[in-house]
Design a binder for this molecule. Structure first.
Ligand SMILES: Cc1cc2nc3c(=O)[nH]c(=O)nc-3n(C[C@H](O)[C@H](O)[C@H](O)COP(=O)(O)OP(=O)(O)OC[C@H]3O[C@@H](n4cnc5c(N)ncnc54)[C@H](O)[C@@H]3O)c2cc1C
Ligand code: SF4
Length: 429
């Protein structure tokens, strides 16, 4: 059987591995280790943060290796998953279809979304688990005619225990993540190799020959008839650049800023995150307890149960690059203008909930939806293959998106990856 190497085991990689195993003998290379949820008790960490031991968000990797933090410059940090299951393991389980820009290019993913709906359980009946303050904020958003919508969640959320730890890994097996697809692929015979960092794809005469990877200090060679790159919106362009294939300086990241206030006994830290969302022009607003700000931002040195926070997630302009592997990304003037509009809306929501503007404080600017550095064009709507790539090398992650979604991308990445796997199957022996 022909050999396929899939790089990355998150949303795109796991989907491709599942779809390709059987037609190919699939090996999945994952830089991170096997995923484990954060084991520490949060009340203990809450006490520890007062010791000033926690001052840089990158330290999260010491206690939770599955979460990787990088600095993007201009005060922004980038958050991603680095373990089996990729960033899906630290997601909040949101399940939105957001393929308007792909459709505008002529890419119709209806069939793939329909298949995904049969493969992944999605649940929207979690309103009964919301805390009183979240219900109040939902009604305020309705009064303001912001049209708040209950967020559909991937997984068995009828059994959600409202522990609020989704981004630290669900300890109760409620939230769906891409490890379920990895397990399916492995049951069919795929090999999942964790702790293998792909360095480059070796190619000659327009064909990929295999992947050079590193395991600790050792180099390893994986010959391949097909290579699928799904190392995420930062990992994939890095590997391409190191393989001599230039990407475009069009990085987007969906920046996130939380606007918070002290509200006695709100206990948002013990509630499912992002229970509903409001869609603004180029941003969303959603209730979200920001654990990273809570641990590392001095403005958040307050009791966890007394903080209530609204997340703004922005669809940023696609301007950013990875010179020499370092992320260079800043908000543009237009991004800042939209962010200010969203902050003003949050301030009005809080005002209606009885909190004056002067009592609001902000989270650390962060981002976790990178992509856009190998954007698809209308000319590639059928092949989903950039002519810069060797004919048997495909990309299957958000690097292909033409613009930021400003919305949860997992479902859309997986629908696109499913289509790509279908195209690749044609190359099987
Ligand atoms: C805190 C947080 C919450 C989120 N919540 C949601 C949500 O609720 N819903 C939603 O739709 N989206 C959410 N997202 C975004 C979503 O999880 C990601 O956009 C999505 O998982 C990206 O899929 P991917 O396959 O491109 O990459 P990833 O899922 O990031 O997987 C890439 C994998 O490749 C590995 N890798 C990287 N480089 C290499 C290399 N050189 N060699 C081998 N392996 C490599 C990484 O370790 C990683 O495991 C969230 C993101 C964050 C940060
Ligand atoms: S709130 Fe807790 S139980 Fe519910 S999905 Fe998130 S981590 Fe799992």
């Amino acid at each position: 059987m022909n050999k396929a190497v899939v790089i990355g085991s998150g949303a795109g990689g796991a989907m491709c591995a599942k779809e390709l195993q059987g037609r190919f003998q699939v090996t999945i290379l994952e830089a991170g280790r096997e995923f484990r949820p954060l084991a520490c008790s949060l009340p203990l960490l809450e006490k520890l943060r007062k010791t000033r031991l926690f001052f840089d968000a990158r330290e999260i990797g010491w206690i939770f290796p599955a979460m990787k933090i990088r600095k993007a410059g201009a005060g922004m940090i980038l958050v991603s998953g680095r373990s089996t299951g990729g960033t899906t393991t630290i997601s909040t389980g949101n399940a939105l279809r957001w393929d308007r820009d792909l459709r505008a290019l002529g890419i119709d993913l209806d069939r793939e979304f329909a298949e995904l709906a049969r493969e992944i359980p999605v649940f929207s009946g979690h309103q009964g688990k919301w805390r009183p303050l979240t219900r109040k904020f939902f009604h305020i958003c309705r009064e303001m005619k912001l049209d708040p919508q209950v967020m559909p969640k991937m997984g068995d959320y009828a059994h959600c225990r409202s522990c609020g730890r989704c981004v630290l890994g669900c300890p109760h097996g409620v939230k769906w993540d891409s490890r379920r697809f990895l397990e399916q692929a492995q049951r069919q015979g795929a090999r999942l190799l964790a702790g293998r960092r792909a360095e480059k794809v070796v190619h000659e005469k327009g064909r990929a020959r295999g992947v050079l990877a590193r395991r600790g200090l050792r180099k390893e060679w994986f010959p391949a008839d097909l290579v699928v790159l799904a190392a995420g919106g930062l990992g994939t362009p890095l590997i391409l650049q190191d393989s001599g294939i230039a990407c475009e300086p069009k990085l987007f990241v969906d920046p996130v800023l939380c606007v918070a206030a002290e509200m006695q006994d709100s206990f948002q830290n013990r509630e499912l995150p992002m229970p509903f969302a409001v869609q603004g022009k180029g941003y969303i607003i959603s209730p979200y307890f920001d654990h990273l700000s809570f641990f590392f931002n001095r403005d958040w040195l307050r009791r966890a149960g007394n903080i209530y926070s609204l997340m703004i997630k922005l669809a940023d302009e696609n301007q950013g690059s990875l010179p020499h592997g370092r992320v260079r990304k800043a908000l543009s003037a237009a991004d800042r203008e939209r962010l200010q509009e969203a902050v003003d809306t949050c301030a009005e929501i809080f005002q209606r909930a009885g909190v004056d503007k002067g009592r609001l404080f902000f989270g650390t600017l962060n981002a976790g939806h990178p992509g856009g550095m190998l954007p698809l064009t209308a000319a590639q709507a059928t092949t989903l293959h950039d002519p810069r790539l060797p004919e048997n090398l495909y990309v299957a992650d958000a690097s292909l998106f033409p613009a930021a979604l400003g919305n949860p991308p997992i479902l859309t990445i997986m629908a696109l990856a499913k289509r790509i796997a279908g195209l690749c199957r044609g190359q099987g022996g």
